[in-house]
Design a protein around this ligand. Structure first.
Ligand code: ASP
Length: 357
């Protein structure tokens, strides 16, 4: 009984805390920007996570030459999959705990209402392209692991080692700092005792690119691609290849994608929720904030909460709607997203947030 009362009290205080969470106004006036855009929806739009300045520019280049919205999104994220310096996506992505890069991706094509994903795919640097082929050349929606690799081989994708020197060294540093009682030792001198102890608690590196594209005619597609959580258990699949979690598109409504803690996005099916909120009339920013609140309210395990009962991790959402409005929000402030509206260059706008860091 006492335990029940305590649980109820802690639920009520958490509810109050989450209800009272200040919704931070983005410094760059995202609302104002989006409202002006909605006056004329006859323009192309590409939105992505902050690592997608080049990707949104590429997607826009293709759109303006008449490309299909999904081809534009996949070409855009392909630049990041190729980039050895982005260690969260494609070639150069941080590996699993065995030192092997495993990639996740999905695509959705609004005009045809189709979508597909690949998960835990090894040795192929463009999982988004493989996902697109799963969509167009199979009757399936998700291929994983060895089966996804065999499928990619059958379609002529080239196999290669995706581990760069930098990502291998990052993995080795992680492995050597896990424990003082295993046999993996980081560089040390004669006087060091507790070799292998972390100097500071570190956040696990995460990252992904999601890219949402809307043509001037209002067709919508999207793509999400990632190497997932660094040093994950082999076979771990995050939100990025799962339709409804890492990406969701409804050609009549809009599109949403996610980055951040994949497990939270999987448990909340955040992208599908955001699209449903937009269907009900929410602005994309409000729909993204709603998903952040949902994740915060759903997170109950103490190990995932800070001392004030707020999620001790981050998720970030990106959305655009049929009218050409766009937005992004995260649980914790300090994030941004990339936008290209068909004129000038891609630019970064601040994401809204539930809590200030
Ligand atoms: N959502 C990705 C995953 O969990 C990682 C990230 O975006 O940081 O696999």
């Amino acid at each position: 009984m006492k335990e029940e009362q305590n649980t109820r009290r802690s639920f009520l205080s958490r509810a109050a805390l989450l209800g009272a969470a200040a919704v931070l106004t983005p410094r760059d006036a995202v609302f104002g920007h989006a409202v002006r855009q909605s006056a004329s929806s006859n323009f192309p739009l590409a939105v992505s996570s902050a690592n997608g300045l080049g990707a949104t520019a590429k997607a826009m280049e293709l759109l303006s030459s008449g490309a299909d919205t999904l081809d534009a999104a996949v070409a855009g994220v392909g630049l990041v999959e190729d980039d050895p310096n982005d260690n969260t996506v494609g070639y150069g992505g941080l590996p699993n705990e065995d030192g092997v890069v495993e990639l996740d991706s999905c695509v959705m094509h609004g005009p045809s209402g189709r979508g597909a994903g690949v998960a835990a795919l090894r040795n192929i640097r463009h999982p988004s392209q493989v996902a697109r082929v799963v969509m167009t050349r199979t009757d399936h929606v998700l291929l994983v692991g060895e089966g996804a690799l065999r499928f990619a081989r059958a379609h002529g994708f080239k196999e290669e080692d995706l581990l760069t020197q930098a990502s291998r060294e990052a993995w080795l540093r992680w492995k050597e700092s896990l424990s003082t009682s295993d046999d993996w030792l980081p560089p040390h001198d004669m006087d060091t005792r507790d070799i292998g102890m972390r100097a500071l608690p570190r956040e696990r590196p995460t990252g992904t690119i999601t890219c949402l594209v809307r043509s001037a005619g209002g067709d919508i597609s999207g793509c999400t691609t990632t190497s997932g959580l660094a040093f994950k258990i082999p076979g771990r699949v995050g939100d990025s290849p799962i339709l409804g979690a890492g990406l969701y598109v409804d050609n009549e409504v809009g599109a949403a994608g996610s980055t951040g803690r994949g497990e939270a996005n999987l448990l909340s099916l955040a992208s599908a929720i955001i699209v449903e909120r937009m269907r009900a009339g929410d602005h994309p920013t409000d729909a993204c904030l709603y998903a952040c609140k949902r994740v915060a309210a759903q997170t109950k395990m103490r190990r995932l909460l800070d001392e004030r009962g707020r999620p001790a991790f981050n998720v970030r959402y990106y959305a655009l709607n049929k009218r050409g409005e766009h937005g992004s929000a995260s649980i914790w402030s300090g994030g941004s997203y990339a936008v290209h509206t068909g004129e000038g260059e891609s630019r970064l706008l601040d994401s809204a947030a539930l809590f200030e860091r």
